[in-house]
Design a protein around this ligand. Structure first.
Ligand code: FAD
Ligand code: SIN
Length: 538
């Protein structure tokens, strides 16, 4: 493998909504490299269905959106952050539309020919406030942002480029505050490591759903950015709060396909295998209760009955409405011979969203100079202990805009120090793929079994022990071998698993998404207390 040094003004890692929105702002001030693991559109963003929550209707108010967000967050949100993101949302939505985003509109009742945004409803929202592009909101966002980026000569997108590690002044042994100088990146096509340097680096690598056996996330979501930031010395907050989406399609051939909460927003009801509604026994909002409650209720019903899924029923709505409002869900289910206009949809909960992440302020600034983190990889304090549906795309928009303004207003000097080449191992291990896939599988299975929707101290301790052993094996193995994307992801998944388990062990209470049978109630001493982890100094 060879090394190559590449210099830019801004280095953006990730091409989802956070990375691309930032890149479009930054490109007005310098050259921007966007490195992205696979194809440029492949991201969690691309699969978003429900939409973006923002106050755009006269029936709604900032106060109501803030209240709903705080209620879902179960006492752990940072209120000033919630206020900023909610209040700046409508302006960013308008800019997204200017960039080419096409949200779905509807005829205004009693005003023929006039149109307004068609607003969806999801769990925990007291009003209809979710802007959407039918049920393919994310695909439309990626289309619009990538088309806009293609018009900016200052933006260069490097596909099949997997960031390996951040380069920091402390790793190089330089004095002064820790500063990010760039990243080592594996060019998977050319099989070489490239050294990207830039005074401003944005981590926009998304979440870590792949650390669990069952997830709504695509394969890119391996927690790479989180693990890189941890290795670089950044603070990581609240990783015990993993959101499980209640309704992932249950079918042996369907991989990670979500049935949007917006389907319940339009009246779909959860039922047991014998067709009984059960959510009224758990929450007054029934099937539209906050996600943590619905996911736990399904888990409990499945354990009680021994069933391996439950049903979602929207058959009472007119077929034409279902096919028009949810064309992608309708068509995808049809591929599996499920006609959702006539039949119940088999669903199970699956890991969906990481509420914790790299600790930042609302401008995306981390503890490391020159390193910003925005989107799902970050923890700003918006979501607290449980994210309100459709608030993550909103957070990514507002915070990437603010991060770009901040970086431009506070430029750092160019990177002029000598950056050493990436040191890679030389061994070609013939049984590499077997070992990697075995360890991948083991981590994801043990996280599902021991660190899932319902936890206990004993299961968490068991998971910790096993992950520590796996990390030793991976470390030994990893440094011997030529780097591949699979190996990099495996190392990162093990780190993310460790951070989730450690955070969960440190919170002696149940709050929001973190439910531990050994401490089934909230502990007021832990209200407003984040779980913060930093890599011990070597
Ligand atoms: P992503 O969109 O995940 O982008 C991450 C990028 O980083 C990708 O380009 C990836 O390839 C790249 N990357 C990762 N690691 C590396 C590496 N090592 N090197 C280089 N590149 C790397 N939220 C809502 O608000 N509303 C919704 O309706 C909604 N629906 C959802 C539906 C599904 C099925 C899923 C999975 C999530 C949904 N979410 C929704 C959550 C939301 O989509 C994500 O939180 C959000 O899109 C994250 O955006 P992001 O830019 O932070 O990360
Ligand atoms: C969904 O459409 O149910 C996903 C919405 C979200 O995760 O915010």
């Amino acid at each position: 493998m060879d090394n190559e040094l590449i210099k830019y003004d801004f280095l953006v890692i990730g091409s989802g909504i956070a990375g691309l929105f930032f890149a479009l702002r930054a490109a007005e001030h310098g050259r921007v490299a966007v490195v992205t693991k696979k194809h440029r559109a492949e991201s969690n963003t691309n699969y978003a269905q429900g939409g973006i929550a923002a106050v755009t209707s006269k029936e709604d108010s900032f106060a109501m959106h803030i209240r709903d967000t705080l209620t879902a967050g179960a006492g752990l949100c940072r209120e000033p952050v919630v206020r900023t993101i909610v209040e700046e949302g409508p302006a960013r939505i308008a800019e997204l539309v200017e960039l080419g985003m096409r949200f779905t509109k509807r005829e205004i009742p009693d005003s023929p020919g006039d149109k307004e945004w068609d607003l969806g409803k999801e769990g925990g929202h007291s009003k209809r406030r979710v802007l959407h592009a039918k049920d393919i909101t994310g695909r439309e966002i990626e289309r619009a942002l990538l088309a806009a980026a293609a018009m900016r000569p200052n933006i260069v997108i490097h596909e099949d480029h997997c960031a390996i590690d951040l380069i920091t002044s402390h790793k190089l042994g330089l004095p002064g505050p820790n500063r990010c100088l760039g990243a080592y990146v594996l060019n998977a096509k050319k099989k070489r490591v490239e050294t990207f340097t830039a005074p401003t680096v944005l981590l926009a690598t998304g979440g870590c759903g792949k650390v669990y056996l069952y997830t709504t996330n695509p394969d890119i979501a391996a927690g790479d950015g989180l693990a890189m930031a941890y290795r670089a010395g950044a603070a990581i907050a609240n990783m015990e709060f993993i959101q499980f989406h209640p309704t992932c399609l249950y079918h042996p051939r369907a991989k990670s396909f979500l049935i949007s909460e917006a389907v319940r927003g339009e009246g779909a009801v959860l039922k047991t295998l014998d067709g009984q509604e059960f959510m009224d026994g758990y929450h007054p909002l029934k099937s539209l209760a906050p996600r943590d409650i619905v996911a736990r209720a399904i888990d409990s019903e499945m354990k009680r009955s021994g069933a391996d899924h439950v049903f979602l029923d929207i058959t009472h709505k007119p077929a034409r409405f279902i096919m028009d409002r949810f064309p992608n869900i309708y068509a995808t289910c049809m591929q599996y011979n499920i006609d959702i206009t006539k039949e119940f949809i088999p669903v199970v909960p699956a890991a969906h969203y990481q509420c914790g992440g790299v600790s930042t302020n609302v401008d995306g600034e981390t503890e490391i100079l020159g390193l910003y983190a925005v989107g799902e990889v970050s923890c700003t304090g918006l979501h607290g202990a449980n994210r309100l549906a459709s608030n993550s795309l909103l957070e990514a928009l507002v915070c990437s805009h603010r991060a770009a303004l901040k970086a431009v207003a506070n430029p750092l000097p160019p990177v002029e120090c000598k950056i050493p080449d990436w040191q890679f191992g030389k061994a070609h291990n013939p049984d590499e793929m077997v070992v990697v896939s075995h360890n991948w599988d083991e981590i994801r299975r043990l996280m599902w079994d021991y660190v899932g929707i319902v936890r206990t101290n004993k299961r968490l301790q068991r998971a910790k022990k096993r992950i520590t052993n796996l990390q030793d094996e991976i470390q030994e193995y990893y440094w011997d071998c030529i780097v591949t994307r699979d190996l990099l992801e495996l190392r990162n998944l093990a780190t993310v698993a460790e951070l989730i388990v450690e955070s969960a062990l440190r919170r002696p209470e149940s709050r929001g998404l973190h439910y531990n049978l050994d401490y089934p109630n909230q502990n007021p001493e832990w209200a407003q207390r984040d779980t913060v982890l930093r890599r011990p100094l070597l």
